[in-house]
Design a binder for this molecule. Structure first.
Ligand SMILES: [Zn+2]
Length: 214
């Protein structure tokens, strides 16, 4: 099986996981992976991620021109291309509307409270962007202030985008953040979580950075 075929199968699998775990509804969400320098495989527009077929994947170049595929590429392809062009260290991107994380995005409440070591180790800081209409050039621009040093972007009044060195990492970050958003919500109902002290946060951040550099 070629790298392109394997990537198409993996995107289908991630789409199914997003849907089954309730992280998207209807035709929400989009998934992409860099298959060659300047070639991005991305999900088609307007299709349920639970029913994708590997043959439906679209390949676009770094200007958004279609190289392969019959369907129309995701309406958020500009956001995906923007992430790859600004982050040479990443190879995959997942966007969904997970309910707890999106509720924080809708309320304009960041998910940056340092409560759980796992989030600091596996994700790092989670950006909260300014609102930008979906599918417009304003959306990639809204990531700009955070692009160099964040792996997760909470899109105001919209949803969540995560990036990673492969599809598994980008997906796991999204799932982990949704779990964290749920815990944060519950902790707020209990009167608020105790935050980790600064020394511990710095120690955990140093561990994450050392694993990236290894
Ligand atoms: Zn969206």
């Amino acid at each position: 099986m070629s790298k392109s075929e394997m990537t198409a199968e993996k995107i289908v699998e991630i789409g199914s996981r997003l849907y089954k775990r309730g992280l998207i509804a209807g035709t929400d969400g989009n998934i992409s992976a860099l298959i060659e320098p300047g070639q991005v495989m991305i999900t088609p527009a307007g299709r349920s991620k639970d029913r994708l077929e590997p043959e439906e994947m679209i390949v676009i170049d770094d200007s958004g021109q279609k190289i392969a595929g019959k369907l129309r590429a995701s309406s958020e392809m500009a956001m995906h291309l923007y992430l790859y062009s600004n982050r040479p260290d990443i190879f995959a991107c997942v966007h969904a509307h997970p309910p707890f994380a999106t509720a924080f995005a809708a309320a304009g409440i960041s998910l940056n409270e340092k409560i759980l070591p796992e989030i600091i180790l596996s994700v790092g800081n989670i950006a909260l962007t300014e609102y930008a209409p979906p599918g417009t050039p304003a959306l990639p621009r809204s990531l700009d202030p955070f692009i160099t040093d964040h792996n997760a972007f909470l899109l105001k009044n919209h949803g969540l985008v995560t990036i990673g060195s492969d599809l598994e990492e980008a997906y796991h970050r999204l799932e982990t953040i949704e779990h964290f958003a749920r815990i944060s919500y519950l902790a707020k109902r209990l009167g608020g979580a105790d935050v980790l002290d600064t020394d511990e946060v710095l120690r955990l951040e140093a561990i994450r950075k050392s694993t990236i550099e290894d």
